[in-house]
Design a protein around this ligand. Structure first.
Ligand code: CP
Length: 371
């Protein structure tokens, strides 16, 4: 697949942060994906793309990560930037420094900022927007024309670098277009921890915009937030795709071209975390986690197994990883798709390169054409 880069649309992305895919138009997302595709071609053919030398790419992680941290570091290094990754809990945020104050302090030194803040519903995306306000206000007050874009590396609402990577991978698999493809985004049982809602929310708010027929399946009590569900319906109407919700995993898998079964936490308990977290009540947080896992355990049959894969139209299996093998997915299914999910994960590197470059590089389309 070789996507065309639209220089006019790419130019509109100069200076832009990505906090949810909903904030960007479909044409803007297409332009960023075309740039990501170009970075992938350059990287795979060994051609350098050090378009941002001597710049600092700082990332704050308030939650664990393997893939996204390494994609951030790999993207920054390939662009010639210096990546620095910091444990968010080691900042002064836990001592009361606000997000806007933290943003100002980081923005005075860094040239781009990635943030993961995904565990507490109602907090992560708000935190990122406050960080951005702090940076922008500081730069404006000091007449500093530097652009310091924020990249959402997963929040409570969305995981845009993941879902754009998923879309890039789906497009590559389906020959360039997902319009008309049937994609099941399903809850699956996990015994490990109550996972954020942001991946399924990001998927359902993104994929219907590109003409896919998306079915969301989950048991009662595992609803997603209202805004991403509304965006999913709006995106489907605008593109000619569809978006439906069911409580039947088999029905979602029937005839599917791609399946994305993964766990997330029960919404009511995820909201209970907010007060416990604000009170730093570790015992309450532990109790909520135990109750969430007990609720999950009522739905052990929600697994992506060979029987369900046989219901599909020879579907591609996707997962953002890490997967609970044996619980979310039968081991033999994961074994068949082990390389596929690794390739899916690798797309995030090129998506982050694209998000940094479209925000920061002048005449990017011309420079990529010449690279
Ligand atoms: N899928 C994903 O974001 O992986 P990490 O949590 O390891 O970054």
């Amino acid at each position: 697949m070789k996507a065309e880069i639209d220089p006019d649309v790419v130019a509109t992305l100069r200076g832009r942060s990505l906090l949810t895919t909903h904030d960007w138009t479909t044409a803007e997302l297409d332009a960023a994906l075309a740039v990501a595709d170009r970075f992938q071609q350059l990287d795979r053919s060994g051609r350098p793309a050090a378009l941002l030398p001597n710049e600092l790419a700082y990332a704050l992680f308030f939650d664990n990560s393997t893939r996204t941290k390494s994609a951030w570091a790999g993207a920054a290094a390939r662009l010639g930037m210096q990546p620095v990754i910091v444990d968010g809990t080691s900042t002064q945020v836990s001592h009361g420094e606000t997000a806007a104050e933290t943003g100002a302090m980081l923005g005075m030194n860094a040239h781009a900022l990635g943030v993961r803040h995904d565990l507490i519903l109602g907090e992560g995306n708000v935190f990122m927007r406050e960080i951005q306000r702090g940076i922008d206000d500081y730069l404006a007050a000091t007449d500093d024309e530097r652009c310091v874009p924020i990249v959402n590396l997963q929040c409570d609402v969305d995981h845009p670098t993941q879902t754009l990577a998923d879309l890039l991978w789906l497009r590559e698999h389906f020959g360039g277009d997902i319009a008309g493809k049937r994609i099941a985004v399903s809850w699956a049982y996990s015994p490990s921890y109550a996972k954020p809602l942001s991946v399924p929310q990001g998927l359902v708010s993104l994929l219907p915009r590109f003409g896919a027929h998306v079915t969301l399946a989950h048991p009662e009590g595992y609803d997603l937030l209202p805004d991403p569900l509304r965006w999913a319906h709006e995106g489907a109407v605008a593109s000619g795709g569809t978006f439906t919700v069911t409580d039947d995993m088999d029905a979602a898998f029937e005839g599917a071209d791609a399946v994305y079964p993964k766990s997330w936490g029960p919404q009511a308990l995820m909201f209970e975390r907010v007060a416990a977290n604000q009170a730093h009540d570790i015992a309450a947080l532990h109790d909520i986690e135990e109750r969430a896992l007990a609720l999950n355990a009522k739905h052990r049959r929600w697994i992506c197994d060979e029987r369900r894969m046989a219901l599909t139209d020879d579907a591609l299996y996707l997962h953002c990883l890490p997967a609970d093998i044996g619980d979310e997915v039968e081991p033999s299914v994961m074994d068949r798709f082990r390389t596929a999910v690794a390739e899916e994960a690798n797309k995030k590197l090129y998506v982050i390169m694209a998000l940094l470059a479209v925000a920061k590089v002048d005449d990017l389309a011309d420079r990529l054409a010449a690279a």
